[in-house]
Design a protein around this ligand. Structure first.
Ligand code: ERO
Length: 331
């Protein structure tokens, strides 16, 4: 038996014998150490300092802030979010307090919670994005997640589907950004599109991709009232939560393969349990974000997913993420 197999066998026996294995859930994203690989996604309940402090106090291993724009935005008319049986629909319309607020919040959050803070930038124009990237260079944030295309900004396309525009944007922000940064991507469905967008991203110093944003323009209907569940865009909104898990897994896997692990992948979409997180890491994710489940279950979800992931790994004899990350087996 080779050494690593013998080691896995020992570990399994440890688990069976009830001896407590020490499980290391830590990871690094863009060179920044995270105590665990589980943290909040940009979007749900992360607009105000009070909301961000709730995330800071929780076991989320980082604090990701709401996508910001140059000027504050009130967002779309309400109702603009609804829980669904296995997930959510939203068309928030980027409500946020403007980037200057998040530069201030980052300083407060870092000091208070001593964990990495992630800014999310979602400018309305290339020029806005450049201004914000420059401003965050002199901030306390550790990492920037560039979110170039919300599915819900009325009158705006999902930019992640426009490869030329993505190229133009990444070229512009790469030239000014001094922090490690990654890109949040929409879901891709066509295998050719994975290759095309990966080709664009590889041209720039992008450290990670976050897969996936909510799946654009679903429609949820209340059959009793015969009306949509949310008001903006005639009821169309981004679908999140359990409905997205298998698309998330496919996107994580495909980008993990295409980037050959040189650009990291963060998985987000449909994580409610430690086994959901395990599957994303097995597909290649270096970390896992929680969005809809945080809104639906509250801040304890981070601890729950971490505990379940640790237990599942222990049962399999895995002590750290690198023991299985990306190692999806062929059938
Ligand atoms: O409507 C939003 O604020 C929004 N909702 C999403 O599902 N994804 C986003 O990226 C986003 C805004 C940037």
């Amino acid at each position: 038996m080779c050494n690593s197999l013998a080691h896995a066998e020992d570990s399994k026996n440890d688990a069976k014998n009830g001896s407590k294995m020490k499980i290391d859930l830590s990871t690094k994203i863009a060179g920044v150490k995270l105590e665990t690989c589980v943290f909040n996604a940009s979007g749900p309940a992360d607009v105000t300092l009070e909301e961000l402090e709730v995330i800071g106090k929780s076991k989320s291993s980082a604090v990701t802030m709401k996508s910001c724009t140059l000027e504050p935005r009130v967002g779309n008319p309400e109702p603009r979010y609804a829980d669904l049986e296995y997930g959510s629909i939203n068309s928030m319309g980027l409500p946020n307090l403007g980037y200057k607020a998040y530069i201030k919040f980052a300083r407060v959050l870092k000091k208070k919670f001593k964990k990495p803070v992630i800014a999310s930038i979602s400018g309305m124009t290339l020029e806005d994005n450049v201004i914000m990237f420059k401003a965050f260079n002199n901030s306390a944030v550790d990492i920037i997640e560039f979110n170039p295309g919300s599915p819900n900004t009325i009158g705006k396309p999902i930019i992640g589907y426009d490869f030329e525009e993505m190229d133009r944007l990444l070229d512009a922000v790469s030239k000014v950004c001094k922090k490690p940064f990654g890109v949040k991507l929409p879901a891709y469905f066509d295998l050719v599109h994975f290759e095309q967008i990966a080709g664009v991203i590889k041209k720039y110093p992008v450290k990670f991709v976050t897969c996936i944003n909510s799946i654009g323009n679903g429609l949820a209907i209340n059959p009793y009232t015969e009306k949509p569940l949310i008001k903006p865009k005639g009821g169309l909104g981004g679908i999140g939560g359990g409905y997205t898990k298998y698309t998330t897994l496919a996107n994580v896997r495909r980008f993990y393969e295409l980037f050959e692990d040189k650009i990291q992948v963060i998985g987000v979409g449909g994580v409610y349990t430690g086994i959901d997180a395990f599957e994303l890491i097995l597909a290649g994710a270096s970390a896992v974000q929680i969005g809809t489940a945080y809104l639906q279950k509250g801040p304890y979800i981070f601890e729950q997913v971490q505990n379940e992931l640790g237990d599942f790994m222990a049962n399999k004899g895995y002590k750290k993420l690198s023991d299985f990350r990306g190692q999806l087996k062929p059938l």
